[in-house]
Ligand binder design. Structure first.
Ligand SMILES: Cc1cc2nc3c(=O)[nH]c(=O)nc-3n(C[C@H](O)[C@H](O)[C@H](O)COP(=O)(O)O)c2cc1C
Length: 190
């Protein structure tokens, strides 16, 4: 259905639907390569980029959620320049996505507090409890901290709202590329 004899989806609508299906699947599948995209941001006159975990995907609102420490450099960067790009590649699909996004951070409020309530008793909570901000110069790596009382948490949510999506398919039958702005799609020369 909607696929050619090489098994490829034919229409822009079918491709877009499959992109969102894969993105939603990636959040719940630790082996899906799209679960760990690279998030690029603007750092003054420089580019910056790092791997993050795609925690939630809302296909209807075209939004992604990433968790982070509110003191991380990427948070200061997105507060100055609230735009970025999420890049992901799947060898299995042969698909690269470049998602141009508007970025916002939520440090308190219901969205952050309800998610923090879920993870604060898990080992992952340590990622958001360090007394030292990420990137602080230290004498030596500290041993893994146990559960101990800390002054506060630094858990925050980065929301990435999709502005446009650049899809590239590498395939021996011929590469294909398309851009999706809103619900509109256009084919592009790869
Ligand atoms: C597989 C992987 C997943 C990661 N996931 C996250 C994440 O979800 N959130 C995060 O803040 N950092 C994550 N990191 C760490 C970042 O890549 C980065 O080193 C750290 O956040 C500091 O980045 P910054 O100084 O640009 O803020 C991850 C790193 C790896 C290797």
């Amino acid at each position: 259905m909607g696929a050619d004899n090489a098994g490829r989806l034919q229409t822009l609508d079918a491709i877009q639907a499959e992109i969102w299906r894969q993105l939603e699947a990636a959040t719940g599948d630790t082996t899906h390569p799209w679960r760990t995209p690279v998030l690029a941001t603007i750092n003054g006159h420089l580019a910056d980029a790092r791997t993050v975990v795609l925690r939630e995907v809302d296909a209807r609102d075209r939004r992604f959620m990433i968790y982070t420490d509110e003191r991380a450099a990427k948070v200061a960067q997105l507060l100055s320049h609230p735009v970025g790009t999420l890049v992901m590649w799947s060898q299995t699909l042969g698909w690269q996505l470049r998602c141009r996004v508007h970025l916002a951070v939520e440090m308190s409020g219901l969205a952050a507090s309800s998610r923090w309530a879920r993870i604060k008793l898990s080992p992952a909570a340590q990622d958001y409890l360090s007394p030292l901000p990420p990137g602080t110069v230290i004498d030596a790596p500290a041993p893994t901290p146990g559960h101990k009382a800390v002054a506060r948490d630094y858990f925050s949510i980065i929301t990435a709202r999709l502005l446009s999506l650049d899809w590239l398919e590498l395939n021996e039958q011929g590469h294909r590329r398309a851009r999706f702005d809103g619900s509109q799609g256009s084919w592009l020369q790869p």
